[in-house]
Structures are given as C-alpha cells and as structure tokens.
Ligand binder design. Structure first.
Ligand code: GSH
Length: 287
C-alpha cells in the first residue's frame, strides 16, 4: 500500500519523512516516521534500524528527542519509527488507560475480541511495514540489512521479535526493556487483555525471558541498557535480571547488559546512549 508523505523535515544532513499508510494488519491508517541519512543517495541503499517506542508514544517522541538521527547520519543508516498501536479503531475502552489499548499495543497479535480485529502489531511490525517500506523505497533502503531496537514496551518488542525470528534482524538492542512481561504488572495487564488471562502458557511465546530459553540462533548480538534511577525498574516492571539469568542458564552468549548509574526512564536516558545503540547496530549492519 502506498505511503502518503505528510511532511519532509531536514535534520542532521538527512530528511525525516512523516508518512502514513493504510494497514491491512490493523485495518486502520498507521503513522510512521522514516529518517533517510545523507548517505541515502539514489541507487545507494542504506541499512535500516527499526526503533520501537514505549507506552503512550507515537512516532514523534523519539524523532524529536531521541537524538538517534545524529548518529544514524554519522553511520549512514536509516531509522524507522513506527507507532505503538492502531489509532482510531474506536474500540470500547481503547483510550481509558495509558498502559493498555491506544499507545500500548505491546507488539503482539491480539487473540481476544475486540482487540484481535485491529491490535495486530506483531504482524504489522515484523512483516507488513518492512515489506511496504522496502517496496516503496526500493532504491534507498536495503531490506537485507535490518536491525531492531526499542524502549520499555518497545524494548520488549525488539527483544521478542528478534528472538521469534532468528536471522530476520542482524542485531538487537533495548533501553529499559520490559524483559519478563509475564511477571510484571504492565505485561500481566496487556497479555490478559490481548491474549486472555487464563492461558499463561501462551504468554510465554511473547516473553523475552521465556523465548531466550529456546534460542538456537547463536551469539545473541544484544545490547541492553537500564538506568538505576528508573522508577519503573525499581517498581519491578522491567526485570532485566530475570532475562540475564535466563540467558546464562540457557548457555547463550552475546548479551551485554549495562546498568547506567542514576539514569531514569526518560528520553534523557535514551538520548545519552543512542550513539552506543546505533554503533551496536552499525557493527552488524556493515559487517
Ligand atoms: N504515564 C507516563 C509514563 C509513561 C512513560 O514513561 N512512557 C515512556 C515509555 S514507557 C515514554 O517514552 N513516554 C513518552 C515520553 O517520555 O516522551 C506518561 O504518559 O508519560
């Protein structure tokens, strides 16, 4: 499906394109921002880093204050900033809470009505959106070289999509990810609503800490940062220790998990380490 270009903004020598398209996965229009670095000249394909945002976000939050564009321009890679849920599906209760429904799609395909009709963010992010972008920007984006990153709910999305699809992404990274959603209040609420409260075995298929136990993709190529001053970390919403323990027990190599002293959950944290995460992706995208 074709993209409508809502705006083109010059930034760090490249262009940020604010796009919209009709999604067959969600049955709604979807907004997405695409950053093309200065290296994206006609005929010169650049690799792609997908950034999945956290709860309440739209494509704008990270575009405006994540500082990823500065580093993507330096390294010559494109950035894709998708939305965090369908918008305008008009389901009952969709906008009632900030951690479920609109702005909180959790990057899963809902199996429970009414959400299952529209909340199909896993299919949208892992299949439909990249296919649409690589078709519309065939001369510019290299669909063979893709990495994924994300923040909080988007960190959960990045880790789980990476673990579910060995080989689809060259590397993964995450900022303050919800690393064991089956065992934290945010995840329990979202999975109960989208997947059903009774079948917790089903939840494990969408939980990075559970998925990594069955990982057969070799070296993990994963960078994770968590701030020690992050309220949501302190409240037990993120549980990176559980993920690290599962990685170790599974005998999986290649996780770099860093605790950054005093950093909180905000974009002050992401913007501080955006360069490290772009460099991490670039290491594998240009290998
Ligand atoms: N309810 C608060 C907390 C939610 C929150 O911290 N969301 C994170 C992602 S989990 C975020 O990126 N918020 C938007 C921002 O900081 O720009 C809010 O609406 O901001």
């Amino acid at each position: 499906m074709a993209f409508e270009t809502k705006a083109i903004i010059a930034t760090f020598g490249g262009k940020l394109l604010k796009l919209s398209h009709q999604s067959t996965s969600t049955g709604t229009p979807m907004a997405v921002n695409l950053y093309l670095p200065p290296a994206a000249l006609p005929g010169a394909k650049v690799p792609v880093l997908i950034y999945l945002s956290g709860l309440t976000c739209t494509p704008e939050n990270c575009s405006e204050k994540g500082f990823f564009q500065a580093h993507a321009a330096r390294r010559g890679l494109a950035l894709v900033y998708p939305d965090t849920s369908p918008r305008g599906a008009d389901l009952p209760g969709e906008a009632d809470s900030w951690d479920f429904g609109a702005g909180a799609g959790f990057y899963v395909d809902a199996t429970r009505a009414p959400w299952s009709a529209h909340y199909r963010m896993e299919t949208y992010i892992s299949s439909e959106l990249p296919a649409a972008l690589f078709s519309a920007f065939a001369d510019t984006l290299d669909g063979e070289r893709v990495s994924i990153t994300g923040h909080s709910m988007g960190g959960h999305g990045a880790l789980t999509l990476y673990l579910k699809n060995p080989g689809k992404y060259r590397s993964v990274s995450a900022f303050a990810p919800i690393a064991n959603p089956s065992r934290c209040p945010w995840g329990e609420k979202a999975f109960s609503g989208y997947l059903g409260a009774e079948d917790r075995e089903e939840w494990k298929k969408h939980d990075a800490t559970e998925l990594v136990k069955g990982w057969k993709g070799g070296d993990l190529k994963a960078l994770v940062d968590v701030g020690t001053g992050d309220n949501f970390y302190m409240q037990g919403q993120l549980l990176p220790e559980n993920f690290e323990k599962a990685v170790k027990e599974a005998g999986v190599e290649g996780l770099v998990l860093r605790y950054q002293p005093d950093y909180d959950h905000s974009y002050y944290f992401m913007s501080s380490f955006a360069g490290d995460h772009v460099d991490h992706a670039a290491k594998y995208l240009f290998a």
